[in-house]
Each structure stands twice: as C-alpha cells, then as structure tokens.
Design a protein around this ligand. Structure first.
Ligand SMILES: [Zn+2]
Length: 621
C-alpha cells in the first residue's frame, strides 16, 4: 500500500482575492442561478469529469450574504492576492525546508461541481521540494500551494444544488506529501503533524471543517484513488484501511471473473416493466415506481461476484449502484441480492428468462420515471462492470461517516489548468523571505520539548497537546497559574471525550476564560476534579454559565460550612472509635464522609477538614 496526503487548511487572514472576511454567515441576502457546460480545450479534448457533470444538466443556485462581494459572484475581477495569506504560505514553505518560487503565478483550475461561480478555482504554486521529519522518517513535500476555498453546499436535489458564497475565496494552504505513507496509522500521524505546523503560524481558522484532507491511496496491482475532503483527522487511518480492503476485494473478484471468462455486457438493456406488475412492495412495486420504467442489463459470467465475500462489506454490487446514483438514480437491484426487496423467485426466473441468461450470468435492474436517465445509468453500470475485468478504475471518492467511501467522479484529466489573466505574477523578493525567516514560529518538535521541559509533562502528553492543537490554550492556562497536569488532562482527555448532545452540528469549544473559571472552581474545592467531565458535558449541552453547569451536573451547593457540618456529625458519631484507634480512625471515617459528600468536594479538601476535626477532638480529650 502507498498513500499520500493533500492537507487543505483555511487561513483566518481574510479572503484571498477580495477584502471580505474569512467568516461564515447564516444571513442570506439574495441568490442567483448558473449552469455549467463542458467545452473542449485547445487540445480539442473534453475533460471526462466535466463531460459527466454537464450531462446531469444541473442548476447551481448561489446564496449571497455579508461575507461576499462581486468578486465571489464572478461579476468583478479578483483583487491582488492577499499579502498576509501569501506570507503564511511562504512561512510554511520555510518551516518545511521547501524552495519558494521566484514568482507566484496564479492559475485557474477547472472545477466541475458548480462549487465555484466561475467554473474554476484559483490556485498558485508557492514552493517545491520540502520535507517533513517525523519519528525518524522523512516524508517528501513536493508542493505547497495557496488557493481559494470553494462555495459551501447547503442543499441538493436531483435537479438543483444550492451553495452559499461565504466560504468561496477563503484562502487555503495546500500541502501535498509524497506517496511515502505505508500504513493507515502513519497517515493520521503525518496529518496531525502538518496540522500542528499550520497552527504554529497562528494564521489559521480553527474548528471542524477548517482543515480538510485529500487522501491518495493505491495498492499493488490496484489504482490510485483520491478520497476527497476528509474532515476528521483521526478517521484517516480507517479510510486508508478500508480502501485497501476495497481494492483487494475487487482484485479478487477480477481473478474469478477472468477465470470463468466473464465478458463486458454487450447486449443492450431490455424493458422488463411488465414482469413486475403484481409486485406489491419494494422499489419495483407499482406504488414506488409511479409509472416508471424497469430496465434489466445482463452481466455475462458475473453470478455471485456482485455480493460481499465473508468478512467485508465491500462488493462489486455497491460500485455498480454508485454508478446508477451518479446520474441521479436511487440505486439498483442485482441478482446476487434477489429474491428480496419485494421480488419472489418467480420474478427472478422471469428476468433470467427474458435476458436468456446462463447459470453463471448475473443481471441488474434499475427503475426511473425518465427512461433516458435509466438507460444512461445502465450504460455507466455496464462500463463499470467492464472495468471490473481490467482492475480498479481511478476515481475520486467521497468519505462516509462509517469510515468507508463512495464513488464520486472519475479522476479529473491532467489538462485542466491555465493562467489566471486577471492577476499579474508576483515576485517573491529576497527581502520578503528574509523578513519571514527572521520571524519563523516555533516548530511543533521544539514546542513539544519545551512544553515537556517547562511544565514537567511526560513527552507523550506534550505530544498530545501539540498534535491536538491545545498547546496555546494549555500555556495560557498554565501561565495563569492553573496546575499543569490538571490542565493537560482537561485538554487531552476530558474535553475530547465530552459527549455532544444529539444533533449538534458544531463541536464544543469552550473559551479559555471559561476553562480557567472551571479549573479555579475545582481548585477552590467547589467540586471534585473528578467532576470536571460532568461539568463539561453540562456546558456542551447548553448550560449558559459555570454555576448553571454545576447545578445541572448535581455538583453545586456544598459550602465549607456544610462540609464542616458533615465532618462534625461523622466524628461525633464515632467518638468511641477515635478514642480506641487514635489516628488509625482516619481511614474508616474518611470513607463515611466521602459517601455523604459524593464527589461534591475535592478529596483533598475533605481529608484536610476531617484531619482538623480529628486533631480538635483528640486534643480536647
Ligand atoms: Zn468578496
């Protein structure tokens, strides 16, 4: 297995080609619609990805708001490149030992999903030939680019996709690694290290979705697959591992198909609508079809090769269904999963008869109200089945929350860049580089050893603080006098394990001041530090203040006086024991007090109160 990453990080510098802020907004002030057509370039070729997208004849609707101007609407030429964003990209180049180019030339890269109003994304190569050292291994960084983010998709129907323009134009630094990653785990580690390096510049946006990874994976005998837009770094490992599994399953299927001389489908699909007239349930029933046509396609030699082998969910059937979905169908049915879905053995037998299938042949069924679209779907299914005899087709795939991926579109052609004629090339001067080199931020490796040294943290914990992006918060709290081990535990363990309320769309990111208040309250003994996760959960669930969170977590209301009263009562009840055992009475009494206090005060505060009471009682005796 070989894998490489492309890390895309949003910058907080303001947009790349206009003066709008790098901020999202839910305020919609208006909207407009556009369409995209595929046209041939100077080499007379039409990009296959562009041709497929155009064949869907979609309308793209763009919502405008306070974070955009005429530039995002493509009604005004781009302004000169944002100098802060370029400085940040150059700083990263220096940190990665890369060679900045003498001159930055902005290019247009064709984008076929409507996510840019212009139909292209502006991108500029900033530096080449860098490297990253991690755990004794060297990863090449062939390119560092600066580009504009795309518009944000807000909804989608089979005929229209709605985008919001607030995200369009936010600067992205793109760092590509070479294909030197050989395990899923390594992919996550490299991504985290690059994330830490990006944060070191202090010019990046924070939160879910502000860093996105494209993961390129291939295995021996397979093909390069691009998994696009992974937002959760810790899932990279899963995506890589499942992609390896997918390619292995499909390569094994190919061997079976070749051994039994399976052939690409050659017969055109046939209309089998009338065979299902009395089907009462499932996707082919009259109720579900609403007058739609049912088409069947024979797959010669594919019987039992469309379903998942034991121990995996990957299967050729899903790849075929993805093709049907790519033209707007909801999916397909294939013979390995039938009878089922409302179909009886008799229906299967009728389809096999109508297609005149041999026992080793398989078939697929699709239904749609638009016959032309159903035919297009089967054309693509047939092409994908033919490709299964060759091996793994090169694809762009979408990450799913399960850790698996879904077909998105063909890998784009290589000839899709041309110069942006509205922006003159920018010379990168020696003065500029010298100024940036003199003010380089602390590298993650240096930051890790400094945190370990200055605050006495185990190196593993220091690594988690830096890798998780908590270093700055940690230092702020530690410098305010909060105990370093407690802060480190809060940030690396308690905070990441907070359970978000169901339906939460954004992560839980309490302010430094709130965390400070929380830690102070625990230190002063208002509640036990074991109660911190419960308080954080209450805050994540919407408690508006620390007091409200304490009340919600059932941790409020035990004052020093109340604690003293409990201690006194326990001591009073056990006078005989104290006289008999002396200091040794402490342990059993501590147990009694703890049972009553139930974590509402810190154990150390309770122990101190009990010791004082014991000294008092024994002194009096
Ligand atoms: Zn703007």
């Amino acid at each position: 297995m070989k894998a490489g990453l492309e890390v895309h990080q949003q910058l907080a510098t303001g947009k790349l080609f206009c003066a709008c802020p790098s901020e999202f907004s839910e305020e919609v002030r208006g909207s407009f619609a556009r369409r995209l057509r595929a046209a041939s370039g100077e080499n007379r070729n039409v990009d296959p990805a562009a041709a497929l997208a155009a064949s869907r004849r979609l309308v793209y609707r763009y919502e405008t708001g306070p974070s955009n101007c005429l530039v995002e609407m493509d009604e005004e030429p781009p302004h000169p490149i944002n100098p802060d964003a370029l400085d940040t990209a150059l700083t990263l180049a220096l940190l990665l030992g890369a060679h900045p180019l003498d001159e930055i030339v902005v290019m247009r890269k064709i984008v076929v999903d409507g996510s840019n109003t212009s139909g292209f994304q502006r991108t500029a190569l900033v530096a080449v030939d860098g490297h990253l050292e991690l755990r004794g291994k060297r990863y090449s960084i062939p390119t560092i680019c600066l580009e504009e983010d795309a518009a944000r998709k807000v909804s989608e129907t089979p005929s229209e996709i709605v985008y919001r323009l607030d995200r369009l134009g936010i600067p992205l630094v793109e760092i590509a690694t070479g294909p030197e990653i050989t395990e899923g785990r390594e992919g996550r580690e490299v991504a985290e290290e690059l994330g830490a390096l990006l944060r070191a510049t202090r010019a990046v946006r924070r939160g879910i979705g502000t860093i996105r990874e494209d993961v390129n994976v291939s295995i021996e005998g397979g093909h390069r697959i691009e998994i696009k837009g992974v937002q959760e770094l810790r899932k990279i490992q899963q995506y890589v591992d499942f992609e390896v599994e997918r390619q292995r399953v499909l390569l094994a299927v190919r061997e079976v198909l070749r051994a039994r001389s399976a052939r690409p489908p050659t017969e055109p699909p046939i209309d089998v609508s009338s065979l299902f007239d009395e089907v009462a349930s499932g996707p082919l029933s009259a109720g579900a079809r609403k007058g739609g046509v049912v088409l069947a396609l024979a797959l010669p030699g594919f019987d039992q090769q469309l379903r998942s082998p034991a121990g995996t969910e990957e299967r050729l059937g899903r790849e075929l269904a993805d093709q049907a979905r790519s033209v707007g169908l909801r999916g397909l049915l294939h013979s390995d999963e039938l009878p089922g879905y409302g179909l009886e053995p008799v229906h299967v037998a009728r389809v096999r008869e109508a297609l005149r299938l041999a026992p080793t042949d398989a078939f697929v069924l699709v239904t749609d109200r638009d016959r032309a679209r159903a035919e297009l779907a089967l054309l693509r299914v047939g092409a994908r089945a033919a490709a299964a005899l060759e091996g793994i087709p090169g694809e762009t795939r979408d990450p799913l929350p399960t850790g698996r991926t879904r077909y998105s579109r063909p890998l784009p052609g290589r000839d899709r860049m041309y110069p942006e004629t509205d922006i003159p090339p920018i010379a990168v001067t020696a003065d500029r580089l010298a100024r940036l080199a003199a003010a380089l931020p602390e590298r993650p490796s240096a930051l890790r050893s400094r945190l370990a040294g200055d605050y006495g943290l185990p190196s593993e914990i220091a690594g988690q603080l830096v890798g998780g992006g908590f270093a700055e918060t940690f230092e702020t709290l530690a410098k305010r006098g909060r105990p370093a081990p407690l802060v480190a535990r809060l940030l690396t363990q308690d905070l990441p394990s907070v359970e978000l309320p169901s339906g939460a769309v954004e992560g839980f990111e309490p302010s430094v001041d709130l965390l400070d208040e929380l830690l102070r309250a625990s230190e002063s003994g208002r509640f036990a530090k074991e109660g911190i996760p419960a308080v954080l959960t209450a805050l994540a669930a919407g408690a508006l203040s620390l007091d409200a969170a304490l009340a919600r977590a059932g941790l409020s209301g035990l004052s020093d006086a109340e604690l003293g009263a409990i201690v006194d009562r326990v001591v009073e009840k056990n006078r005989a024991l104290i006289e008999e055992r002396g200091e040794a009475a402490f342990q059993p009494l501590m147990g009694d007090v703890m049972r009553e206090v139930r974590g509402r005060r810190d154990g150390k505060v309770i122990a101190d109160a009990l010791r004082r009471a014991l000294v008092r009682v024994r002194g009096a005796a």
